[in-house]
Ligand binder design. Sequence first.
Ligand code: HAM
Length: 393
Amino acid sequence: MEKMRRTAIDTAQAYGYQLVETPVFEQTPVFLRVGESTDIVQHERYSFTDVGGVDLTLRPEGTAAIARAYVENGLYNKPQPVRMCYYGPMFRREKPQALRYRQHTQFGAEIYGSVEPEADAEIILLACSVVEKVGLHSPVVRLNSIGCSECRPRYRESLIAYYEGRRSDLCEDCQIRLQTNPLRLLDCKIDVGIRSLAPDIKDYWCEDCRRHYGRLAELLSEAGREVVRDPYLVRGLDYYTRTVFEIGHPSLGDQTALFGGGRYDGLATTLDGPAATPAVGFGMGIERMLSAADKDFGLDRTLSVYVAHLPGYNTQAFIISEGLRQGQIAAEADLMDRSLKAQLRDASRRSHYVVIVGGQEWAEGSAAVKDLRRNEQKTVPVDELLDYFRRRD
Ligand code: HAM
């Protein structure tokens, strides 16, 4: 988990994003802006009233909290764009199941101040880059545009007309969606036959939306990312405008995204920000990333030196490891009274180097030192061990 956190934040910082920490709870109205018809607002909210009568909510997601912080701290007065990232727990009152938790961890990044598709592209490239750094190769980006306030209403009308004609065939949820949030009809995993003939928003995009989508897709493929347009991708949060995207992973099944996000040019305005505050970002599920990640990735090799010993040399190994630590070299010795073979197995999982205390080398005032990454072995005089590792660390 810690390695994932470092990888995500280091990658974002290399892209120029500043780590921002917002509180774990906010006043409830902040999250109501996500959209009254979204699941996380309607029935997945952990809300409570404090002793002073203030209505608070454990954050179900980071975007509204970052928007609140952007507005409250007047960040729109700073040179734009403003790039921010965050990492921390999110809370959703969902039915707990595999990779869908009531408390999950999200890494997210947001860019404020740019309307250009280059900002959308940068955000997606950053997310893909984190995915690759944990050993997941060639993520395929599912991309769509849900239009803007100019073209979406026309699409919405056609969609309603199409689904109204098939109302009696719709599942129970879709009957409700038809009233509350028609775009989410496309998200239904049950009525897939009906949606396959539904109108496609692409045919309704206004000129600006078409240009935005085209340029974004072009930038991503120029950057070597595989992109597929998913006409059914609408995302479950109401604040999106134009770009929406998700990435999955074969090991998670096709209903479970590693990360998702999009553009949300109106959210900060609803939180009393300036009239035009463009923004785009993503949120990434850390538990899902860990589940899909390369098996080697989770191993945190911060512990550099493992001082193993032959039978009878426990004390010497213990003292050498303490000497290395005093010299600021991360080191450990066996605390389990294990055989040399078991110690070496343990070392191979957690260390860069292993020192073997005992045997012929020890009789000559030295120890065998194995470099586990390069698979090399050397004999080093015991009183030079600290210098040896200082030169190498
Ligand atoms: P979201 O799709 O709701 O978007 O969540 C983002 C990611 O968090 C998901 O792709 C998934 O990996 C993870 N996630 C969500 N819920 C759970 C859960 N119950 N258990 C485990 N993992 C979960 C957002 O939250 C938006 N704020 C993303 C965004 C940022 N849009 C713009 N900027």
